[in-house]
Write a new protein. Structure first.
Lengths: 461, 572
């Protein structure tokens, strides 16, 4: 019997294995319940994909952007508004993963871990779980219209508070009548499920000169004493870096305002690949975990390590393998405006602790150190100088004093260039940082600045 | 705050209480199982005549020999490694030689077969003589088991109080089901009423007609079976009634098996017949079985579908276990191996891989408990791996049935992951306290009442109740292992551990299969799953655990130590 008793300990082994499995299952239940519950086949939330009883979504001026009635989900009255805010609000198909209705669907539909979906309607609070955005529907609509059917994105946010006022992404569609995407029309809807503001990256072109300039200010002590002569083309390792025309002899500031590729190619070479990368990373390239509310911002890319002199020069003017995210560019501008400290953006207002109640973690505006106050003020000077040139060429941001940089990124393959316009308004009563990108738009000043102009003029007036 | 809100709050409060209630019931069942143990004293003692050394006899069956693992170890080169077995039966103490080299002598006479021994008899093995003495004459204190409570501990709940607790739990479930979202009628209460009558009748028979002292195992089984039945009411009312009838039959089978195996030697006589009957049943199944969901494990007898493999489970435990002196014989072991091979093979042929796996795992458990030999287990595993390899190369489509394992979320709309993802979604929907009996959506998914019942419990009654059920099965296993220390025969020790092991393995395959931790094999959750055959076999398996508890048959033998007749009395 003693032997059998010893051997019967094998039952313990079996039982402990079962116990371990049960604990493992328990952990999975705790970790993943929120994902498991959000399924289109879930009978508890079948109507309107679980949004049939969800609360309303308002813009900052209490305009209703989405609401539920009789188990159906409805959106704003105006079609352009619906399309402009699609990527922020979302649809019922949960195609846009960063949109409010996808991200907080469980919260909006009255789910929580402890009570599941079993809470009776009278108690579950979905009736009161209306969310208010920081975004302004009119501003978004104006910016979206100004995209003129191009692909791209525009973000405008308050660099003092972090409130995102405009977040539009194109192409878009009407959430009240979502398209069926087939092989025939998929090119038209390419990237339609991405909010380009947070989820995409583009070749930055000349807007990257802001980063190169910051690197130069930090690393080349006599940068302001140097002069750069542009003959329209600069040979680096047997390959030319070209400008539209010869800018002649310029100071550092003039080269920035002229967006002189020859000068900035040389500056990048002077800074060197290591210091260029260091500055870019301080400004959020290569894997910072910035967020808009709790929506992750796509990682921007800069690395010319070991690429050789020619590519290093190209990388300094935002070509080579550089990729920049619009939200990050706006954040860098906010750092310039704020004396070196970027404000992290958010898109949901938290009135009355509602977000807490719905278990939505908000990224309360926190500060991100990007550059020294001295560097910030110098970059600001550069951007102000550039903006004066743009103003002279007709760019008008509601008559306000602004600092900016355009970009016209070559993407090759006979495609039109990607147009950029990034910057901020240097006015305490209108503290807005912005970034607009228009894919295949051509010149930044022609294609991207009108989008920002439309948004800002709507915002200021 | 309107009336609707007050009602809703009351419903939620009731629902939140049920998980705590379930925990209390399961805890009480095991608190009760840990009570009523006889004090830690040897049954009798054996005194070595030459040295006067006293050896406590702790078990009902004791191996005597020179080997280290012997219960009574005699360091004497003329004693065989496994010399004889000293065992206790209703009639008294016996010594049984198990093929020793020089034989076993009682009072100088060489024994053949089991030989009765009474007080002061001299058992001679090799050059050593052991004298049978009373247990009281042994003075040293014995180490108590961790599982059983000490006499000084707080008393457990009386069985009838435990039953009242369980009854109210079922009534709460019934009331909740009466007010379910879709159907509102009183049928849950009727079923509940009928069920409680069955359970209380069973309780009364057990306590008063059969004089059984404890009832906690039966109470736990009643609790789980009843929960399964109450969940069924709002799915398929007819199945609930079938399930109730099956529970009644299960209870009868339980009582019959407990009675039948009262004498562990009697079992041995039937062993062959049980094997033949089981093989016959499986053969009938193979020939006449109808294919349901890829497995031909059902036969239809006069309009009633039965699953023979469920009953063979009970037989399997029967055949696997034996009394200690029979256990050692090679024939006994080979019979068992052959029987196992036939069972597993037949089930694999039927396509019921889940049950085949349960049988195989149980076979490993039994084989290890009998032989203590890792080599046997590894050999069996190797053979099984080879068999699986052969099956997969001949029938590659078998593997496809399990191809979705690990990534079921990519198969939400096909059979590979359809059931699993719905189980997880609805488990999450239920939260900690559930959406209420009858309000779930998992019940519309195929096999929700049988294979997926764990998910149904989680959805309708909450994750806490579901995990409490898993805990109950874990506790059952610990209990089964703990009582083997006082089992009346190795037959009980092996059968109880393996019956509990079988349930644990089955529960693991069920719970982890439907939650995509293991491949989905489609086996039932003990006591909870709908299915008459499954319910009956679970009660049958429980009988082995019940029988292994020394207290089960205690009512008839109030003072076991006095059962020893003394030679003087016999002489007069």
């Amino acid at each position: 019997m003693k032997r059998i008793m010893t051997r019967s300990l094998i039952l313990w082994i079996v039982t402990f294995a079962f116990l371990a499995g049960t604990v493992f299952l328990g952990v999975r239940v705790v970790l993943y319940s929120g994902d498991w519950v959000q399924q289109p086949f879930n009978g508890h939330m079948a109507s309107a994909n679980g949004l049939g009883k969800a609360g309303k979504i308002y813009d900052r001026n209490a305009l209703t952007l989405a609401y539920s009635e009789n188990d159906e989900r409805y959106y704003a009255d105006d079609e352009t508004t619906r399309e402009a805010l699609l990527h922020v609000v979302g649809d019922e198909g949960m195609n846009i993963s960063t949109a409010i209705q996808s991200r907080y669907r469980t919260n909006l539909s009255g789910y929580n871990f402890a009570l599941g979906v079993g809470l009776p309607e009278s108690l579950n609070g979905t009736a009161n779980s209306d969310l208010t955005l920081t975004a302004d529907a009119d501003v978004c609509r104006a910016a979206y219209s100004a995209m003129n059917g191009h692909k791209g994105a525009c973000v405008v946010y308050n660099y003092r508070t972090g409130e995102v006022l405009c977040d539009i992404s194109a192409p878009s569609y009407d959430p009240a009548d979502p398209p069926t995407i087939t092989e025939d029309n998929e090119s038209e809807y390419d990237g339609v499920y991405l909010d380009n503001v947070v989820s995409s990256t583009f070749t930055p072109g000349s807007v990257f000169k802001i980063i190169t300039a910051a690197a130069a200010i930090d690393n080349i002590p006599d940068i302001y004493d140097q002069s750069f002569t542009c003959y329209g083309s600069l040979d680096v390792e047997g390959n030319p870096i070209t400008c539209e025309y010869a800018h002649g002899t310029q100071s550092f500031s003039e080269a920035f305002a002229n967006s002189c590729n020859c000068a900035f190619g040389q500056i990048a070479l002077q800074v060197g690949e290591a210091k260029m990368k260091e500055t870019a990373e301080k400004l959020g390239f290569n894997g910072s975990d910035f967020k808009m509310s709790d929506i992750p911002v796509a990682t921007s890319h800069y690395d010319a390590t070991g690429a050789g002199e020619n590519y290093l020069a190209w990388s300094g003017i935002g070509q080579y393998e550089d990729l920049a995210n619009p939200m990050l560019m706006a954040m860098i501008c906010s750092a310039v405006a704020n004396g070196g400290t970027a404000t992290s953006p958010y898109i949901l207002t938290d009135d009355g602790g509602l977000l807490d109640k719905l278990n939505i973690s908000v990224n309360k505006s926190s500060d991100i150190e990007m550059m020294s106050p001295d560097t910030a003020s110098k970059v600001k000077e550069l951007m102000r100088g550039a903006a004066e040139g743009y103003a002279w060429r007709g760019v008008d941001l509601a008559g306000l004093s602004f600092c900016a940089k355009t970009g016209t990124a070559e993407v090759g393959e006979d495609k039109e260039a990607t147009a950029w316009f990034v910057g901020f308004i240097d006015d305490p009563s209108h503290p807005y940082a912005f970034a607009a990108v228009v894919v295949e738009g051509g010149y930044g000043i022609d294609a991207a600045s009108p989008v920002v102009e439309a948004a800002i003029s709507e915002l200021v007036n | 705050m309107n009336l609707q809100m007050i009602l809703d709050i009351a419903t939620i409060a009731l629902r939140a209480l049920l998980p705590i209630y379930a925990l209390v019931i399961v805890y009480q069942c095991f608190a009760s199982a840990r009570r009523h143990r006889r004090p830690e004293k040897p049954l009798v003692t054996l005194e070595i005549l030459e040295t006067g050394q006293q050896i406590p006899v702790l078990f009902w069956e004791n191996s005597i020999g020179r080997s280290k693992g012997s219960d009574i170890r005699v360091s004497d080169v003329s004693v065989s490694r496994d010399h004889c077995v000293f065992l206790r039966r209703k009639e008294g103490w016996f010594i049984s030689d198990i093929g020793s080299k020089f034989g076993t002598y009682v009072n100088g006479e060489r024994t053949e077969g089991r030989t009765k021994v009474i007080l002061d008899d001299e058992i001679t093995i090799g050059h050593t003589t052991l004298v049978l003495k009373r247990g009281e004459e042994y003075q040293e204190r014995l180490r108590p088991s961790w599982f059983f409570s000490k006499a000084s501990d707080k008393g457990a709940l009386k069985p009838y109080k435990l039953m009242i607790l369980i009854t109210f739990f079922h009534i709460f479930m019934a009331v909740e089901a009466c007010f379910s979202n879709e159907i509102q009628d009183l049928s849950p209460l009727y079923i509940c009423g009928a069920m409680e009558i069955v359970m209380w009748t069973f309780f009364c028979i057990s306590s008063y007609a059969l004089n059984r002292v404890n009832f906690e195992l039966e109470a736990l089984a009643c609790f789980m079976s009843g929960m399964g039945i109450m969940l069924l009411v709002r799915q398929v009312l007819r199945s609930a009634i079938v399930q109730l009838v099956a529970m009644t039959i299960g209870m009868i089978l339980f009582a019959v098996i407990v009675k039948l195996i009262e004498d562990p030697d009697r079992v041995n006589k039937w062993r062959l017949w049980i094997m033949i009957a089981s093989v016959g049943l499986l053969a009938v199944n193979l020939v006449f079985g109808k294919v349901t969901n890829g497995a031909a494990n059902w036969i239809n007898i006069g309009g009633i579908s039965v699953q023979p493999s469920e009953f063979v489970k009970v037989a399997f435990i029967f055949v696997g276990a034996s009394a200690l002196d029979k256990l050692q014989t090679k024939r006994n072991f080979f019979e068992f191996i052959a029987f196992s091979a036939i069972c597993v093979g037949a089930l694999a042929l039927m396509g019921d891989f889940g049950t085949a796996l349960i049988f195989f795992a149980t076979f490993l458990l039994i084989a290890f408990m009998r032989s203590g030999d890792f080599k046997t287990v590894i050999l069996a595993l190797a053979a099984a791996a080879f068999a699986v390899f052969i099956v997969l190369s001949i029938k590659p489509y078998v593997a496809e049935r399990f191809s979705a394992w690990g990534h079921v979320w990519e198969h939400t709309q096909d059979s590979g992951g359809y059931q699993q993802v719905r189980v997880m979604t609805y488990m999450a929907s239920g939260g900690l306290i559930g959406v209420g009996v009858g309000n779930g959506y998992l019940k519309y998914v195929f096999a929700s009442e049988s294979d997926l019942v764990f998910g149904l419990v989680a959805e309708e009654m909450g994750v806490i109740v579901a995990f409490t059920l898993a805990a109950a099965i874990i506790a059952l296993a610990f209990y089964s292992r703990a009582i083997t220390t006082r089992s009346r025969s190795s037959f009980y020790a092996i059968s109880a551990c393996c019956a509990a092991g079988l349930m644990v393995i089955q529960a693991a395959l069920n719970i982890f299969g439907i939650t995509d931790i293991l491949p989905l094999t489609g086996v039932t959750l003990p006591f909870l799953s709908a299915g008459g055959s499954s319910m009956i076999s679970c009660w049958g398996l429980l009988a082995f655990i019940k029988a292994a508890d020394e207290r089960t048959y205690a009512a008839k033998r109030r003072a076991p130590a006095n059962a020893l007749p003394q030679r003087k009395e016999v002489a007069v």
